[in-house]
Ligand binder design. Structure first.
Ligand code: HEC
Length: 145
């Protein structure tokens, strides 16, 4: 009986966090208003070739550590995801990609999102070039049916 009860606690805490944590409002921009014009102009210096997308995928799933939160296939279901509020973004959602320019996504990877688990990754974990390659992979996920 006692061991049954001990199981109940962590499981119920996990269930509560799964129910309450959700992705944050997509319509809210992640780039400060005064920077948005300049950020919108940024373009990915790499072509979305299958070779570059594969490089980005390898980075995403290893060194860049994105998979730990965003999930191996980008569904927002990484190992660390259940404890996070807001939840990591799901990159397989085409609607998300439609609402963000490359520059906005790059800005987030570089500067993080204050108040969330999304940390600044460029400089500490990956270079700017690697961030652009990871972005190509992220974009390719939004095109999957
Ligand atoms: C420690 C967990 C964690 C890691 C590691 C992480 N992220 Fe995130 N990421 C988040 C969370 C949480 C959000 C949602 C923040 C929000 O909704 O404001 C997010 C949001 C994002 C967004 C969407 C921002 C938007 O405009 O809505 C992008 C793009 C992104 N992450 C890219 C990456 C990339 C690329 C990597 C790897 C280089 C990475 N993240 C690593 C937790 C993480």
């Amino acid at each position: 009986m006692r061991s049954g009860f001990l199981w109940f606690l962590p499981v119920s805490i996990l269930m509560v966090s799964l129910v309450f944590a959700a992705e944050s409002d997509l319509s809210k921009r992640r780039v400060p208003e005064k920077k948005i014009k300049e950020i919108q102009k940024l373009e990915n210096p790499f072509k979305a070739s299958s070779e570059n997308i594969a490089k980005g995928k390898t980075l995403y799933q290893t060194k860049a550590t994105c998979f730990t939160c965003h999930g191996k296939e980008g569904r927002g279901d990484g190992l660390a995801a259940p404890g996070l509020d807001p939840s990591p973004r799901n990159f397989t959602n085409a609607g998300f990609h439609a609402m963000r320019s490359d520059g906005e996504l790059f800005y987030v990877i570089k500067n993080g999102i204050p108040g969330t688990a999304m940390m600044p990754m460029v400089g500490s974990v990956i270079t700017e070039e690697e961030a652009w390659l990871v972005l190509l992979y992220e974009r390719s996920l939004g095109q999957r049916k």
